[in-house]
Design a binder for this molecule. Sequence first.
Ligand code: ZN
Length: 239
Amino acid sequence: MPAKWVQALLALQAIDLRIRELEQRMTLLPEEMGKLKARRDAMVASTARAADEARRIEREIKNTESEIARLGEENRKLQQQSAMVKKNTEYQAMLSSIALNEKKIGDLEGRVITLLDDFEAAKAEYRRVKVENDAVIKDARSEFEELLAFAGEVKQEIARLQAERPAALRGIDSATLARYTTLLKSKNGGSPLVKVENGICGHCHLRVTQQAANGILKGAVTACDNCQHLIYDEGVEGR
Ligand SMILES: [Zn+2]
């Protein structure tokens, strides 16, 4: 068994490293949730575009049909008037207007047939896109809910670990705790207390000094002279 201070600090460190890991996991959640929201928004927009395209064609059909109706009405009037016209030139002009309108109507009717095909295709495309996008939206929503549930679990676990901390602090002297805490909060992300294996520091991987090795042998609170991390040796029995 390693020295008492090592055992106590290892127990505290297990709690603190888990808390740190969970907190780091939590910091990633907003971005993950943001991505899911963006994916959903993109799908909603894509479905809306497909619907807009179908509606646009539908409007064009209606406009074209009302233009056909207007030209037809114009021709009916021209025909009525032509029956009462006496001058041949005027009569001929009316006939050519009627013929021109009929040509336009024919063209527009052809256009309507094309548009009806386009409309059917656009509706089919809308249905296809909607099914596809709805599936993605559903997945994104359930992933989002999973993340929310996960966040709740992580928060609970952090709270539980925090509650365990006071008991774990017992038996650790304040100077050692202060060193440990500084190392824990440092940006290098490593473990404050590390194993020495074959004389090599588990944090910086350099050989520990003779002085440090002696400290470990005496069971004293010892730090690596190179990286300042607290060190212990499993092979050394505590006193
Ligand atoms: Zn070191």
